[in-house]
Design a protein around this ligand. Structure first.
Ligand SMILES: C[S@@+](CC[C@H](N)C(=O)[O-])C[C@H]1O[C@@H](n2cnc3c(N)ncnc32)[C@H](O)[C@@H]1O
Length: 483
């Protein structure tokens, strides 16, 4: 392992300085500013005179090599002479490890020609590095330089070890420098997210995508976040006034999702679940048995999830949910028979428009306000959902089969939900091949799919969001129980 020898970076520069009465320091620096004054980042050109506190030393640029000041433009020199008698003295400037940038230091340490890993992802106080294999022998030195140069903003430097293989999408990290604490806080568009970077998925590079998608939602929309993580879609959606059902398989993600709902004061109407996404959707969309009317699968499923993630009060269909009791018997796009709540939603909802996005300042303004919950939930999930989010790009397409027959037509109100399914497209694949895969899983044709390129994740691989309205063929006509 390579060691860092800070003394190697000591450097001395022999310069010239003008000794002048201290009250003239501003006037003299103004005169010399256009090329004759020392101009180095983080180095002051005016310093104390060790010989007298009535004087100051104005340090000249390294370009001024002659003590007779013949390198200074004549006009500047003349003005200087008019201002005061000019006393030129030698000045030794010592630069050390603390002066040089991380990039400069690492270039000196690492083998010639390698790409210097001086940039990193920042997650609160944590710096996340991906040190390539050929530089692993230098990992401690790299981490120390990055720590030293970015402290106190950065207090922990970690390196990703190997590829992500677990289903929670959490990389393995080794802590290389600083404190061994990966619980940190990040801000995205005015919302605060607490997380343990060693236990849950987080990617700061998705900030723009989180905001883009949430900007499509309207106040009162019902959102289903199948792979919610610690809530970067769910929390801002709730801040916007949406009703949110948020699920994740990782219990630590749900712990932090609930913590973040508290921190951002949006605990009401954001319901958290800790289960497999398929089971979650089936539980959420199961219609209660009208015969018994006492208990529904959704309430039961919710209670079951509460056993895992305690402390979330949830209105059951026999409680708040039942405030909306109209039975929907019209066609899916019918407007005359729409319930009051669905009507209100139609007035405010995007209704097929995924283009109208709000700008960042509107988002910030909205996030500063505490969202007020007003009474009962407007609708039950098996009656209406506006958006389903599926951010598990490595395998979300595989989960699309859960929509086939998931929604019962006779209970549904209003238009069908938008599905936002994230995926990777490799250079060997096309949007058409992905669409084909999605349609096969749904067992239905997707009309007007929208592919949004989120970001490039590797030279031959990009992350996309495929948005589409759930095809009407996915609906279940009637259940035998309910005929
Ligand atoms: C790529 S992360 C996205 C998290 C969050 N939506 C975001 O944008 O940061 C995917 C999440 O899906 C969760 N996950 C993986 N498999 C799952 C499954 N079968 N059911 C539910 N959640 C799952 C992981 O724990 C992880 O938090």
């Amino acid at each position: 392992m390579e060691k860092l020898d800070e003394s190697k970076f000591e450097q001395q520069l022999q310069l010239w300085a003008l000794r002048i009465p201290r009250e003239l320091a501003s006037a003299v620096t103004r005169l010399l500013r256009s090329g004759s004054l020392l101009d180095m980042p983080r180095v002051k050109p005016v310093v104390e005179d060790p010989g007298s506190d009535k004087n100051r030393l104005v340090v000249l640029s390294e370009k001024i090599q002659n003590p007779d000041l013949s390198d200074i433009p004549e006009q500047v020199h003349n003005s200087l002479k008019q201002l005061c008698s000019v006393d030129v003295v030698p000045y030794m400037l010592t630069l050390g490890y603390s002066y040089f940038s991380a990039d400069h230091i690492l270039k000196q340490i690492l083998p010639e020609g390698v790409e210097v890993p001086s940039s990193f992802e920042t997650i609160g106080h944590v710096a996340h590095l991906n040190i390539p294999d050929d530089l692993l022998a230098y990992k401690d030195v790299i981490a120390k330089v990055i720590y030293d140069k970015n402290y106190p903003r950065i207090q922990t430097v970690v390196n990703k070890v190997g590829a992500i293989s677990n289903e929670f999408r959490v990389p393995k990290f080794e802590i290389l420098a600083g404190k061994k604490d990966m619980v940190t806080e990040v801000k995205q568009y005015g919302a605060t997210f607490r997380l343990d970077y060693g236990l849950v998925y987080w990617n700061s590079r998705l900030e723009h995508e989180h905001i883009r998608l949430v900007s499509l939602f309207k106040k009162g929309d019902v959102i289903c976040d199948m792979f919610a993580g610690i809530g970067p879609f769910s929390i801002p959606a709730r801040q916007k006034g949406c009703v949110v059902y948020a699920n994740d398989l990782n219990p630590d993600s749900i712990h932090y999702l609930k913590t973040n709902a508290k921190i951002n004061k949006v605990e009401d109407y954001i319901f958290t679940y800790n289960m497999d996404a398929r089971v979650f959707m089936q539980s959420l969309m199961a219609v209660p048995d009208p015969e018994t009317k006492s208990e529904c699968q959704f309430a039961a499923a919710n209670r079951c999830s509460e056993e895992i993630v305690s402390g979330n009060e949830h209105p059951t269909p026999n409680g708040n949910h039942n405030d909306v009791q109209e039975t929907w018997q019209g066609s899916l796009d019918g407007s005359s028979m729409v319930s009051t709540s669905a009507k209100r939603r139609q007035e405010t909802s995007s209704e097929g428009d995924v283009a109208g996005q709000e700008d960042a300042s509107q988002t910030k303004k909205r996030n500063n306000k505490k969202v007020k919950s007003s009474g009962p939930l407007p609708v039950k999930p098996w009656e209406h959902i506006d958006h389903v989010l599926m951010n598990l790009p490595a395998s979300a397409l595989q989960f699309l089969d859960c929509f086939s027959g998931l929604i019962q037509k006779r209970y549904w109100k209003g238009s069908l939900p938008w599905i936002h399914c994230y995926c990777f497209i490799r250079s060997s694949e096309t949007e058409e091949s992905i669409l084909c895969e999605a349609q096969n899983k749904l067992n239905a044709k997707i009309a007007e799919p929208i592919f949004h390129r989120v970001r490039d994740v590797a030279p031959n691989k990009a992350m996309f969001c495929l948005s589409f309205r759930l095809p009407v063929e996915c609906l279940k006509e009637e259940t035998e129980d309910h005929i």
